[in-house]
Design a protein around this ligand. Structure first.
Ligand code: BTN
Length: 319
């Protein structure tokens, strides 16, 4: 599939004969491959008699050299796949196989992208960023305090640098624009958090996606917000640079050093919310976060702090 796409990616017309010659197959085999390509990749292909086939819009692929060119300070290996079940799952497999962290796993598509709280992350081909950065953590618990919130800050800054100026944060680590989700973060840990462990920093960013089925919440994308397609290699580089900056600050000074910046960008600061923990709901007003990234709520006049990956936050209708 990738071979055919690479021939078409310039967005110009290519005749069936030309494609067949390049692929070493007949014109009818080309036609079949094009049908499969449209079906599997969700990319529209125009057919015009006498001219041939053309992608409705040019596509660019993830490319480690281009990423490195745009972010020369990033020195870890980058593994790019055409299709994976999940970049987080692949990263975990590579850790088990003994790969040395840090390293980055990217994919053009995920067939079983993982979201928080057991949800699926819809991951169409060649449109978005599916990004799993593996870090080795040696100083256990301190380095993990507030880590997912710090990643949220880095993602938000990368989005702002790509033209999404109104991107903001929702505790614990959603990135929203006008109440619509544009990016999600899923951290997965292996090893002993009190000693040496690895953390997979999984990030999904809706980049050039304009329509898709199967997302059960309001969403948007960089292209929808910024009004033009975005180069994913440049955006991966931007994300890498922002992560490098924020992770270094977190490692050297702890989460406390980033707490104020996080709160300033929290879209629901001061709002009335419901915190959902399984079947339980807690109602309160958002006061902020504490020095470990836990959510501080005023619940019936008493300040309480909450943390945990299974929690989710909703705005109250009367907020
Ligand atoms: C969320 O539910 O908000 C978190 C979504 C995280 C999705 C990303 S995409 C790259 C990485 N691989 C996965 O399977 N999930 C994360």
């Amino acid at each position: 599939m990738l071979m055919l796409l690479k021939l078409l990616k310039d967005g110009r017309f290519h005749s069936g004969e030309e494609l067949g010659a390049a692929l070493g197959v007949s014109r009818s085999a080309v036609w079949k491959q094009l049908q499969n390509l449209e079906l599997e990749s969700n990319l529209a292909i125009h057919r015009v008699r006498g001219r041939g086939y053309q992608l409705a819009a040019p596509v660019s692929f993830l490319d480690a050299d281009e990423i490195a060119l745009n972010a020369p300070s990033l020195s870890y290996p980058i593994f790019i796949s055409e299709s994976l079940d999940s970049t987080n799952a692949e990263a975990l497999r590579l850790i088990t196989a003994g790969s040395t962290a840090p390293f980055l796993v990217l994919a053009e598509r995920q067939t079983a992208g993982r979201g928080r709280r057991g949800r699926q992350w819809v991951s169409p081909f060649a449109q978005n960023i599916y990004y799993s950065l593996v870090l080795r953590i040696e100083d256990g618990l301190r380095q993990l305090d507030g880590l997912s919130l710090v990643v949220g800050l880095a993602v938000m800054r990368a989005l702002q640098a790509s033209g999404v100026h109104r991107a903001g944060l929702k505790w614990p680590n959603d990135v929203l624009v006008n109440g619509k989700k544009i990016a999600g973060i899923l951290l997965e840990l292996v090893g002993d958090p009190a000693d040496i462990c690895h953390v997979v920093v999984g990030i999904g960013i809706n980049v050039n996606m304009q329509e898709v089925a199967g997302i059960d919440q309001q969403w948007t994308s960089v292209q929808l917000e910024a009004g033009a397609p975005v180069d994913r290699n440049q955006m991966v580089a931007q994300l890498g640079a922002q992560l490098q900056h924020y992770l270094e600050c977190h490692r050297e000074s702890g989460f406390e050093a980033l707490r104020e910046e996080w709160e300033q960008n929290h879209l629901w600061q001061g709002c009335l919310v419901s915190l959902i923990a399984g079947a339980n709901q807690i109602h309160g007003r958002v006061l902020g976060i504490d020095g470990r990234g836990a959510l501080r709520l005023n619940v019936a006049g008493v300040e309480k702090a909450y943390s945990g990956g299974e929690l989710s936050l909703r705005l109250r209708d009367d907020s």
